[in-house]
Write a protein that binds this ligand. Structure first.
Ligand code: NAD
Ligand code: UDX
Length: 458
């Protein structure tokens, strides 16, 4: 079968897999291949147990897989035949060396660039999909232009804005698509090819073109702004708890200002996920490198507030529970960093559960999708951690429930039955404000919502 275009994505993770599945689904005339060095992951993409849980994703994959969507480990062959190569490998925070704990580790990106150079002998458009520091595309272009006469590759920046748990919907109906290119005739021509791809389903006015650095910066800035909103509302929430204000009422009043908008104003146990912290630290590092220390301090404070928020939640539990967690069973409702995903990367639950274990608690961790992830972090912990699918079982004989992820299921539980099976006094720490607090209080719980005064029977 002859395809109009051959698209390749290197990196079959949370971004590469769903992004390419949607492109393949929307553009049956293109052949879309996704490769990874992780053979287990590729096997999972070729099965009906995908390596990533996203609502609606399996349907999209099943519609296209084997027709114009292929998952493979043969990276060289896929590079050789592709016209457009997306690079969606991981870009974690550097663990050692210059910029350790701050800067992005670009080893996977650079390896990929070298491999592309090695395996390509026809012109390719290379698309930076991973989130990378500003000027990475330029470095990639330099690596790619060694050998081969220097004009085989054109590098574009096309950051991904999908959020986990809503990846399919975000990809099918994005707020915008950003494509950065060189402003040369070759750069603009390559950009137009990628615009055509998205124009198959994204309205033209939502496809923004810019220079490469703006596109790279837009991604870091968008994540920094989003995370900043969460830290901002969390600081307000903490003041609400002692002042008698209710942060949900405050958020509502603030968010109805059209200049501010209602989204991303939910106070909680802090933001998690693989992106926010990593990208803000990467932005702060860029600031420091540019000599902009005040700017770096500003963005780092967003991460500091987030760390504080998790510790503060644990302290509130300790204070409420008579300053001792020793051998008390605590049920954790939710472990994933947000609902509708099994992803636990940087989940606040990891920090909070770790702290509760430090305090001597015994944990019953419950989550609809993330129990394997939780197990990979804590294992058996000398019998101090139990992994329980059913929240009713988790809560049985526990002294407290702490809600750490706002899964819909936790809103609809029979809390009267749960209360009856718990030790007394029973505590409810609602780290995501999912429950009907007044109702829980009437049942007998001592209730500690985020950003509102506690309701206790003492
Ligand atoms: P991931 O870890 O889930 O996937 C990356 C994949 O790349 C892994 O499967 C890894 O095996 C593979 N890989 C690494 N080196 C390779 C190589 N040389 N050849 C082939 N495969 C290779 O990461 P992710 O969450 O998909 O994130 C990818 C990028 O997208 C990151 O830069 C991230 O910041 C960015 N991003 C992530 C999200 C998100 O929600 N997770 C959203 C927007 C942007
Ligand atoms: C984020 C960005 O939203 C997305 O555009 C980018 O491409 C990748 O990073 P993601 O991390 O998947 O996406 O999820 P997001 O919905 O942004 O939530 C991040 C964290 O913030 C979660 O832990 C969530 O619980 C928390 N959050 C979000 C809050 O605590 N309060 C809010 O009001 C919103």
């Amino acid at each position: 079968q002859s395809f109009e275009k051959k698209i390749l994505c290197i990196g079959a993770g949370y971004v590469g897999g769903p992004t390419m599945a949607v492109i393949a689904d929307k553009c049956p005339r293109y052949k879309v291949t996704v490769v990874d060095i992780d053979a287990g992951k590729i096997a999972a993409w070729n099965s009906d147990t995908l390596p990533v849980y996203e609502p609606g994703l399996l349907d999209v994959v099943q519609r296209a897989r084997g027709k114009n969507l292929f998952f493979s480990t043969d990276v060289p062959a896929a590079i050789a035949e592709a016209d457009i190569i997306f690079v969606s490998v991981n870009t974690p925070t550097k663990a050692t060396g210059v910029g350790a704990g701050m800067a992005a580790d670009l080893r996977y990106w650079e390896n990929t660039a070298r491999q592309i150079r090695q395996c390509a002998d026809t012109p390719k458009i290379v698309v930076e999909k991973s989130t990378v520091p500003v000027k990475t595309a330029e470095a990639m272009a330099q690596i790619l232009s060694m050998e081969n006469g220097g004009n085989l590759f054109e590098v574009l920046s096309n950051p991904e804005f999908l959020a986990e748990g809503t990846a399919v919907a975000d990809l099918e109906n994005p707020d915008r698509v950003v494509i950065g290119s060189r402003q040369t005739p070759e750069g603009v021509a390559a950009r137009d090819v990628l615009v055509e791809v998205y124009a198959n389903w994204v309205p033209r006015e939502k496809i923004l073109t810019s220079n490469i650095w703006s596109s790279e910066m837009a991604k870091l800035a968008a994540n920094a702004f989003l995370a900043q909103r969460v830290s901002s509302i969390n600081t307000i929430a903490n003041i609400c708890e002692s002042s008698g204000a209710n942060v949900q009422e405050v958020s509502r009043a603030v968010g109805m200002d059209r200049r501010i908008g209602p989204k991303f104003l939910n106070a909680g146990v802090g933001f998690g996920g693989s992106c926010f912290k990593k990208d803000i630290l990467s932005l702060a590092y860029l600031c420091r490198e540019a000599g902009a220390d005040a700017e770096a301090d500003y963005w780092e404070s967003v991460v500091r507030i987030n760390e504080h928020q998790k510790e503060r939640f644990v302290r509130r539990m300790l204070d409420a529970m008579f300053h001792s967690m020793a051998d008390k069973r605590i049920a954790l409702f939710g472990f994933a960093f947000k609902p509708d995903t099994g992803d636990i990367r940087d989940a606040p639950a990891i920090t909070i559960a770790g702290r509760l274990l430090d305090e001597g608690a015994v944990l019953a961790i419950s989550d609809p999708r993330a129990l394997d992830g939780a197990r990979s972090v804590f294992g058996d912990a000398d019998g101090r951690v139990e992994y329980v699918e059913d929240p009713y079982e988790a809560a049985k004989k526990s002294h407290a429930i702490a809600v750490l992820t706002e899964w819909q299921a936790y809103r609809d539980l029979d809390y009267t039955a749960i209360y009856a099976a718990m030790e007394k006094p029973a505590f409810f720490f609602d780290g995501r404000n999912v429950a009907d607090h007044a109702a829980l209080f009437d049942m007998g719980f001592n209730v500690y919502p985020v950003g509102m005064p506690a309701m206790t029977h003492f």
